[in-house]
Design a protein around this ligand. Structure first.
Ligand code: SF4
Ligand code: SF4
Length: 76
């Protein structure tokens, strides 16, 4: 299985929520706190290591919040 992760620049996030709906593993959620711009930024909730680094969140985000990392290999 391909493993990955994302790093979120929470100060760039405007809390639009677009990314939350597109993650195939439902790993993104809004923080209850606020960033310096007054928005609830998104956070990664991936304690089980399910992120594959697919990059869909980064593609849909209009504010370049995500850096996507991907490693590993496909197990057959
Ligand atoms: S890279 Fe893919 S699996 Fe990981 S948080 Fe983004 S949409 Fe979800
Ligand atoms: S799509 Fe981008 S700006 Fe919108 S909530 Fe997700 S990370 Fe924040």
């Amino acid at each position: 299985m391909i493993r990955g992760t994302v790093v979120i620049d929470r100060e760039r996030c405007k809390g639009c929520g677009l990314c939350v709906g597109v993650c195939p593993h439902q790993l993104l959620q809004m923080e209850s706190g606020y960033n310096a711009r007054g928005y609830h930024p998104v956070q990664l909730a991936d304690s089980a290591g399910q992120c594959t680094g697919c990059g869909v969140c980064a593609v849909i985000c209009p504010d370049v919040v995500f850096s996507v990392y991907r490693e590993g290999r496909v197990k057959r």
